[in-house]
Write a protein that binds this ligand. Structure first.
Ligand code: FES
Length: 85
């Protein structure tokens, strides 16, 4: 089942997420997943103190403090743990 990644663009996350979307996109491209994984934006995910936040569907997996530096590691974890549940 393909993953969908929702990067929060609520005001508090957006203020700290400069470059995160691009880093995730690059990491997906490098993993050969750019066409297979949907990278989307979301509104506030109600975890503002821990942003930038990323929600992975299916599975409701959440990542906090998603900086550009962490993007590759997150994508790598999704690839290695192909069980979204
Ligand atoms: S602004 Fe991202 S969780 Fe609220």
């Amino acid at each position: 089942m393909p993953y969908r990644l929702y990067l929060c663009t609520g005001p508090r996350c957006a203020a700290r997420a400069t470059g995160t979307y691009e880093a995730l996109e690059n990491a997906l491209w490098e993993a050969g997943l750019l066409g297979a994984v949907e990278l989307r934006f979301s509104g506030c995910q109600d975890r503002c103190d821990h942003g930038p936040n990323l929600l992975v569907q299916p599975g409701d997996r959440r990542y906090a403090s998603v900086t550009p530096q962490r993007a590759a590691a997150i994508v790598e974890e999704l690839v290695s743990n192909n069980d979204p549940g």
